[in-house]
Design a protein around this ligand. Structure first.
Ligand SMILES: Nc1ncnc2c1ncn2[C@@H]1O[C@H](COP(=O)(O)OP(=O)(O)O)[C@@H](O)[C@H]1O
Ligand SMILES: O=C(O)C1=C[C@@H](OP(=O)(O)O)[C@@H](O)[C@H](O)C1
Ligand SMILES: [Mg+2]
Length: 167
C-alpha cells in the first residue's frame, strides 16, 4: 500500500483543503496526519501542545506519518512541520510528494490569527515567516511536484494536480 500522493507545505498552503478536494476528484480516500494524531491522542492538537508539549506532538506525528506512508492508499496531507524530522524526509523519498507553495501574504490571510495552530499562537505573521523561511528548502528537497497555490482556488489546484499526477 502506498499513498496516491503526499501533500506537504507550510500552514495555510491548503494541504488539508486541497487534499480533500483532490481525493474526491480521484475517488480515493483522504487522510490528514493531524486528524490521525488527534484520534490517537484522544484530544485536539492545541491540547497536545499545551498539556504534553511540542516534542510529544512530534513523536506522535513521526509515528502517524510512518504508519500512513506504509498503510494508506489515498491522498495524504501532512502537518506543516512533519518534514522537520530526518526520518520522515528519508521515508518520503519513496513517495510522490506534492509541495503546495504559498507566499507569505496569502498564507497569513488563510491562517488568520492562527486559531487551532499552536505554532502560530504568538505573533502569527512573524512566526509564519520564520517557519516558512526555515522549512522552504526542506519542502523543496522532498517534493516530486510543486504547485503554487496563490490566487488559485482549492478546486483549481486539485484539478491541476489530478492532471499532473496522471502524466
Ligand atoms: N487555495 C486557497 N485559496 C484560498 N483559501 C484557501 C486555499 N487553500 C486553503 N484555503 C483556506 O485556508 C485555510 C487553511 O487551509 P488548510 O487546508 O487548513 O491549510 P493547511 O492544511 O496547509 O494548513 C482554510 O480556511 C482554507 O479554507
Ligand atoms: O507547522 C507546524 O509545525 C504545524 C502545522 C499544523 O498543520 P497544518 O500545516 O495543516 O496547519 C499541525 O501539524 C501543528 O499545529 C503543527
Ligand atoms: Mg492541515
Amino acid at each position: 500500500m502506498t499513498p496516491v500522493c503526499v501533500l506537504v507545505g507550510p500552514p495555510g498552503a491548503g494541504k488539508s483543503t486541497v487534499g480533500q478536494a483532490l481525493a474526491a476528484l480521484l475517488e480515493v480516500p483522504f487522510a490528514d496526519t493531524d486528524a490521525l494524531i488527534e484520534t490517537t491522542a484522544g484530544k485536539p492538537i492545541p491540547d497536545i501542545f499545551v498539556e504534553d508539549g511540542e516534542p510529544a506532538f512530534r513523536a506522535l506525528e513521526r509515528v502517524a506519518v510512518a504508519d500512513a506512508l506504509a498503510g494508506f492508499d489515498g491522498v495524504l496531507a501532512l502537518g506543516g512541520g512533519a518534514i522537520m524530522d530526518d526520518g520522515t524526509r528519508a521515508a518520503l523519498a519513496a513517495h510522490r510528494v506534492v509541495y503546495l507553495s504559498v507566499e507569505l501574504s496569502d498564507a497569513v490571510k488563510r491562517v488568520g490569527l492562527g486559531a487551532g495552530r499552536p505554532m502560530l499562537s504568538v505573533n502569527p505573521r512573524a512566526t509564519l515567516k520564520y517557519l516558512m523561511d526555515q522549512r522552504r528548502p526542506l519542502y523543496e528537497s522532498v517534493a516530486t511536484h510543486t504547485v503554487a497555490t496563490d490566487g488559485r482556488t482549492p478546486q483549481e489546484i486539485a484539478e491541476l494536480l489530478a492532471a499532473r499526477l496522471d502524466t
